[in-house]
Design a protein around this ligand. Structure first.
Ligand code: NDP
Length: 247
């Protein structure tokens, strides 16, 4: 039996990048998977049909901006209605607007906070209403939530630090239900958000111990492990997958 057979997962921001890889991996491991997205209906459809259904899995795409409380609550209710349960929530949707803090307009800071931390709290609160005992809440934080070794990511890093502490606090509250709460913290991963060919790539590679970018599947593998039965004793943890950036 596959490790996630009979489980249902929702991955926010699952149409591209790390979220798409997580969705495909959880489906490969046997879970039924819902993904959310904002603009990329075509990309979301491709994840559902080409990457998951054609490989024999079951998936559903839902348009829901992580910053929109009502849309997030509706997406979670739709997932439960469609699949019958919600066992695993992966809070992956996030954005960064790299620029010096003093030059960052407050509306851009508001957006980063709204998606990266407020949205995480809203989705988690709604998911907990439906999640059975033994469920999994998994955040996609960032290695900059622990150490910030380059300029230009002040507000972003602050939200990811908040995600880390949110994870630790919540782990204490839901442990009686055997729900685990963990924060997977990627380092530089080649996606549209942080392309390995971009201007920013060279200094990020220099900060890694392994001297390279990571692949989305390397993050997805860790998320799949945390979602699975062998990770039942891991909670409140910050798990970096960053090529040694924070070493
Ligand atoms: P991408 O920008 O490549 O992909 C983001 C995905 O999220 C897309 O599917 C996008 O779809 C969706 N999305 C974006 N905003 C929202 C929103 N408000 N509500 C719902 N969905 C949304 O990002 P990555 O895959 O690189 O990043 C994913 C997560 O990993 C983020 O939390 C990021 O902070 C974190 N991370 C990434 C690192 C990296 O190096 N790539 C390093 C450390 C952490 P659509 O455009 O349709 O909305």
């Amino acid at each position: 039996m596959s490790k996630l057979e009979g489980r249902t997962a929702l991955v926010t921001g699952g149409s591209r990048g790390i979220g798409a890889a997580i969705a495909a991996r959880l489906a490969h491991d046997g879970a039924k998977v819902a993904i959310t997205y904002t603009k990329g209906a075509e990309a979301a459809g491709a994840v559902v049909h080409r990457r998951i259904e054609q490989a024999g899995g079951t998936a559903l795409a839902i348009q829901a901006d992580a910053a929109d409380d009502h849309a997030v609550a509706a997406a979670i209710k739709q997932t439960v209605a469609h699949f019958g349960s919600l066992d695993v929530l992966v809070n992956n949707a996030g954005l960064a607007i790299p620029k010096p803090f003093e030059e960052t307009p407050i509306d851009e800071i508001d957006r980063v906070i709204a998606v990266n931390i407020r949205g995480v709290m809203v989705a988690t609160q709604e998911a907990l209403k439906h999640m059975p005992d033994g469920g999994r809440i998994i955040m996609i934080g960032s290695c900059v939530g622990e150490r910030v070794m380059a300029p230009g990511l002040v507000a972003y890093a602050a939200t990811k630090g908040a995600v880390k502490i949110f994870t630790q606090g919540l782990a204490r509250e839901v442990a009686a239900r055997r729900i685990t709460v963990n924060d997977v913290q990627p380092g530089p991963i080649d996606t549209d958000l942080n392309p390995a060919s971009g201007d920013w790539a060279t200094p990020q590679i220099a900060l890694t111990a392994l001297n390279r970018y990571g692949h989305v599947d390397e993050v997805a593998a860790l998320v799949a492990f945390v979602a699975g039965p062998e990770a039942a004793y891991i909670t409140g943890a910050s798990l970096t997958v960053d090529g040694g950036t924070n070493a």
